[in-house]
Write a new protein. Structure first.
Length: 157
């Protein structure tokens, strides 16, 4: 029996050691549960804060995008207005171009007439010059015709 007594004593020691280890493990597990609960609480707080910050960031970005969209819409309206003004100015330029073209045509006609008038004036100047050169001869012819007239007219009557 001595063998069993030793064996029973060893088993008793083993059971007591197992009980002590179980109690210590239970305390350690309880501590770990507390640590995990605190970590979970901190994590939840951090995630809630992070989620709020992300949501706030998205809201700010959305507001900025809305503001940018409004500015783009305003710029588009201004561009549309400028395009309308450009169209109006283009029409006015077209009208002015037509008027300039018509004026140029009329000016060309005037220049042509001026050229013809210049030729006519030059011809008149040449004839006048010839007349001026021949004037002494004409005066002589007129004097002779006058003499002839004074002779012939009384006889013809």
């Amino acid at each position: 029996m001595a063998d069993n007594t030793d064996l029973l004593a060893l088993m008793g020691d083993l059971i007591r050691a197992t009980d002590r280890q179980t109690a210590e493990n239970k305390r350690n597990i309880d501590e770990l549960r507390g640590d995990i609960a605190r970590i979970d609480e901190k994590f939840t707080t951090a995630m809630t804060s992070f989620a709020a910050a992300v949501a706030s960031g998205f809201e700010r970005v959305d507001k900025k995008l809305d503001g940018l969209n409004e500015r783009v819409d305003g710029l588009n309206e201004r561009v549309d207005g400028l395009n309308e003004r450009v169209d109006i100015l283009t029409e006015r330029v077209d009208v002015l171009t037509e008027r300039v073209d018509e004026t140029n045509r009329r000016l060309n006609t005037v220049i042509e007439h001026t050229g013809h008038l210049t030729e006519t004036v030059d011809a008149i100047d040449r004839r006048l010059h010839r007349i001026e050169q021949d004037l002494p001869n004409y005066l002589d012819v007129v004097r002779r015709l006058t003499v002839l007239e004074t002779i012939v007219l009384p006889k013809a009557s």
